[in-house]
Design a protein around this ligand. Structure first.
Ligand code: FLK
Length: 331
């Protein structure tokens, strides 16, 4: 089996997150979910939520699905790296992404979501594509869509082709040679943390020299920005006129009309360059001439994160073989 589905920016101006249409249940209920390689719970806005926590999202109504079955006495509760959170109960139902169906997929129904989820009216839930060891369902943890689908897939892979301010694609079960240029460089993945954790071989700021240094981090489609060690941030923003680390805005900001260098990171001998346009992320508040950077410090996170700002500069292969690896190509 294979599948292919769109990755649609939730906001026309800033790539805060990407959503993908999925079908759940019988008859199919279509929701738009945030595919998130940085977590491993598949949860949806549901008919169990208080109306006060829903603001335009599409809800999953298990009562309207003839194939939905309650997973009795199971619950879940998750908190993400950005402090957002949700919790609820669990059903199993048919789950289809781009023509690829998994029967008896655990669909975690939200009974409570934090304000940042309520405020994001274009995200109806998340599909965790991290390793199933991170799944929060108790007493028995559940498998991700990828783990359930893998045995039926032509190849045990999914790929991310995210795009700057435009629609990209998630492919499942195959690698589309048309989506990248040159070769794909694969590097090992450490699955112990439960994320797609790999080691980058270094970085360069703009046209500067490449600094060979191991950067352990995660490839995370569910995080908007890139979070790296402070020393790398200093090296980058020292090249940006008027850049400063703002306590008010919680990170590096700069005048929106400042000239920004690109940022290159290493994957083995290969190099991926993030264009400067991706790094001038967004005005700190609507209409402001102060902009928030797409590269920020990971010092408060305890983990380096290659979020969407980096991923959309590449074609990324999440290879779920034994052992799993991650592949990066230019495009
Ligand atoms: O939680 C993380 C970071 C893991 Cl270190 N990524 N996934 C996600 N989903 C919603 C916000 N962030």
């Amino acid at each position: 089996d294979t599948g292919s589905a769109a990755a649609i920016p939730v906001n026309p101006n800033y790539d805060i997150a990407y959503v993908t249409p999925v079908s759940i249940g019988t008859p199919p209920q279509t929701l738009h979910l945030d595919f998130d390689t940085g977590s491993s719970d598949l949860w949806v806005f549901s008919s169990h939520l208080p109306a006060s926590q829903i603001r335009g999202q599409t809800i999953y109504v298990p009562a309207n699905s003839s194939t939905a079955k309650l997973l009795a006495d199971h619950t879940w509760s998750i908190t993400y790296g950005d402090g957002s959170a949700s919790r609820g109960n669990v059903y199993v139902d048919n789950f289809t992404v781009g023509g690829l169906t998994v029967e008896n997929q655990a669909v975690q129904c939200a009974l409570q979501v934090s304000t940042s989820f309520t405020r994001e009216s274009n995200i109806d839930g998340l599909v965790g594509l991290g390793f199933s060891t991170l799944n929060t369902v108790v007493p028995k943890s559940q498998l991700t869509f990828f783990d359930n689908a893998k045995p039926h897939m032509d190849e045990p892979v999914f790929t991310a082709d995210l795009k700057w301010k435009s629609e990209g694609t998630y492919d499942f079960g195959f690698i589309d040679e048309k989506k990248y240029t040159g070769k794909i460089t694969y590097v090992p993945v450490n699955t112990s943390p439960g994320y797609w954790t790999f080691t980058s071989s270094g970085y360069a700021v703009g046209s500067g020299n490449f600094s060979a240094t191991s950067i352990v981090g995660i490839a995370d489609t569910g995080t908007s920005l890139v979070y790296l060690p402070p020393s790398i941030l200093t090296a980058y923003y020292r090249q940006v006129e008027g850049a400063t680390s703002s306590r008010t805005y919680g990170g590096y900001v700069f005048p929106c009309n400042s000239k920004l260098p690109s940022f290159t990171f290493g994957i083995g001998e290969a190099r991926i360059t993030i264009p400067s346009s991706y790094i001038s992320y967004a005005p700190v508040t609507a209409g402001s001439s102060t902009c928030f950077g797409g590269l920020q410090s990971s010092s408060s996170l305890g983990i380096n994160i290659w979020g969407d700002v980096a991923l959309k500069a590449a074609f990324v292969v999440f290879h779920g073989g034994n052992p799993p690896t991650i592949g990066w190509a230019k495009k």
